[in-house]
Design a protein around this ligand. Structure first.
Ligand code: SAM
Ligand code: DTB
Ligand code: SF4
Length: 326
């Protein structure tokens, strides 16, 4: 294993920031599988309890009818996915779901809305949800799409802990998946979130037909953020009937595990979340993802619109692996 190809380089522009080149991350991807797992474990153990898994519960607070054309998404109005649209959920229902999540053991409650971005009157209602969920003693996270000037500050003032906003794929592939906004728009929102002092949750989707080089480029974009996101969701594409990506070519599962390992090695201090797609994975594949350094999952039987393993199954899996939820 060459130290030259696997160590990040100092950037002349920002000396404090270790920058990863796409080629360096490709070199990690190319390592023999067991060497890559070993590297990932070394990094993971130097920064985290390797047997602890953080759990977040998701709730879709506004479902479907979205103006955007993201090629993977069940909630885009323009695709016929059979999804029933739902208006913004009343506060009482959100709080009920948050209480249930807390009783079930989740430490963070993440509320997702199928918007290009929130209108002020919608944001006002979400601010109330954030305040109330926070007062239950849960960490709060929302994912509402692109933010306008001042909106991130309002969320911060309401007590928001994390904002989820994914860059989803490599810059060169983004336009093939999404046409109604560009990746630069996503970076703009991420900057607003960071400037407001909110923790950043940002990751992507694997298995959309991208090349390995593109997977490496996605990880490089994330790792080179200064600082990198506190939380990095790595989603496996959930193929949704009616979307352009419903029949995307299947991905070698080891390639997904390798992507997790590269995220762990390049973002040693970040939580790496094994996100969408777990319902379609075997227990053994999920265990490999934990070995590769994933230390967070979505917990509860639903993601936003698609399924997630039952909470009982997850509790059983963690128990069988001798891992604990935190
Ligand atoms: N509308 C907001 C946005 O786009 O940021 C928030 C909700 S959106 C559903 C949040 C993220 O879910 C997307 O950025 C994408 O990474 C992920 N996602 C959506 N559909 C998915 C699918 N079918 N498979 C895997 N991940 C998916
Ligand atoms: C993230 O990266 N994954 C979550 C969360 N952030 C909001 C969403 C996954 C959605 C999977 C498809 C669905 O259930 O609609
Ligand atoms: Fe809308 Fe978000 Fe789905 Fe894109 S990913 S269609 S912005 S809900």
């Amino acid at each position: 294993m060459s130290a030259v190809v696997t160590s990040p380089v100092e950037s002349a522009a920002t000396p404090a920031q270790k920058r990863w080149t796409v080629a360096q991350i490709e070199a990690l991807f190319a390592l023999p599988f067991t060497d890559l797992m070993f590297r990932a474990q070394q990094v993971h153990r130097a920064h985290f309890d390797a047997n602890a898994i953080q759990r977040s519960t998701l709730l879709s607070i506004k479902t479907g009818g979205c103006s955007e054309d993201c090629g993977y998404c069940s909630q885009a109005a323009r695709y016929n996915t059979g999804l029933e649209r739902e208006e913004l959920m009343p506060l009482g229902e959100v709080l009920q779901a948050a209480r249930t999540a807390k009783e079930g053991g989740a430490s963070r409650f993440c509320m997702g809305a199928a918007w290009r971005g929130p209108k002020q009157k919608d944001l006002d209602q979400v601010l109330e949800m954030v305040r109330e969920v926070k007062s239950l003693g849960l960490e709060t996270c929302v994912t509402l799409g692109m933010l306008k000037e001042g909106q991130a500050e309002q969320l911060k003032d309401a007590g928001l802990d994390y904002y989820n906003h994914n860059i989803d794929t490599a810059p060169e592939f983004y336009g093939a998946v999404i046409g109604t906004h560009n990746q630069g728009d996503r970076f703009d929102t991420l900057e607003k979130v960071r400037d407001a002092g909110i923790n950043v949750c940002c990751g992507g989707i694997i298995g959309m037909g991208e090349s390995r080089r593109m997977r490496a480029a996605l990880i490089a974009e994330l790792a080179n953020m200064d600082p990198p996101p506190e939380s990095v969701p790595i989603n496996h594409l959930v193929q949704v009937e009616g979307t352009p990506l419903a029949n995307a070519a299947p991905l070698d599962p080891f390639e997904f595990v390798r992507t997790i390992a590269c995220a762990r090695i390049t973002m040693p201090n970040s939580y790496v979340r094994l996100s969408a797609g777990r319902q379609q994975m075997s227990d053994e594949l999920q265990a490999l993802c934990f070995l590769a350094g994933a230390n967070s999952i979505f917990y509860g039987d639903k993601l936003l619109t698609t399924g997630n393993p039952e909470a009982d199954r997850d509790r059983g899996l963690l128990e069988r692996l001798g891992m604990k939820a935190v």
